[in-house]
Design a protein around this ligand. Sequence first.
Ligand code: C5P
Length: 301
Amino acid sequence: MEEYPLTVPSRSAVRVRVPAKINLHLGVGPLRDDGFHDLATVFHAVSLYDELTLECGPPGVRLVLETPDNAVPTDERNLAVRALNALAAYANIEPAVTVRLRKGIPVAGGMAGGSADAAAALVAGDTLWQLATPPEKLHELAAQLGSDVPFALLGGDALGTGRGERLTPLTHPYQRHWVFATASEGLSTPAVYAESDRIRGTTAASDPEPVIKALDEPDPRALADALGNDLQAATLSLRPELHHVLAAGEAAGALKGIVSGSGPTCAFLVRDAEHARSVAARLKNTRIAHGPVGGAALVTN
Ligand code: C5P
């Protein structure tokens, strides 16, 4: 017997905007039996956004890229497609939707763009299908999709533990300003973790506490001094040219440069918006952003 959706969409399309993240601190513990690493990380959502529009469509989940990019899959390998299938399975409905995805987050850049799209898809699907999924359930679905997906739902600043899915929000009144130097070719996250295991062995995760303290300081130099990434040595080992990018950013006046997540994007902390423009003008392939910003949210205009 054919199954029919249990809920009728309330509107024909919903649009969700979702931010990129960087890790102000990325402490990486030893490899676990399940293939992941325990993290002690400070997530920071920044104002580079992907936009996902969900429309009723033919049976199944069809994904259309509004910003064509061969590095972004449009089938089940895309986390947004997986997210909609997972949400539909939870709600016991047959999905029949078209996803239009506009990428503004660097692809495979260490800024959790794919995870962001999964979070956006969960919010969009929940709205289009009128599910009113409890936040704990959305978080659980998000965590099953990927370690960074729960933070993309939440946004702001947060301490992440476990494999990154256990979140404690960190609140403070300060906006930070960033210049990002993007690379044309992405890096595989598992490859960076594997290289990190080779270099660091079973070294314990470094302590996120200095970054957590620095977030409460108005002077961005305190944060600059505290930034840290245990994966950086591995990323630099796989992409030695990033040494030059980091040096160039600091020579251009940035307070501090670090590799974003597993890279290859480099994140430069600067004093303010004007300083961001002056640093960016002296570097190649840059994007300017600020943070923290909110997580995946409906666009209502
Ligand atoms: O969770 P996600 O699918 O984003 O992880 C991608 C890959 O990154 C994992 O397969 C694993 O190799 C690595 N990873 C890890 N430890 C984490 C998060 C990710 O080893 N805490």
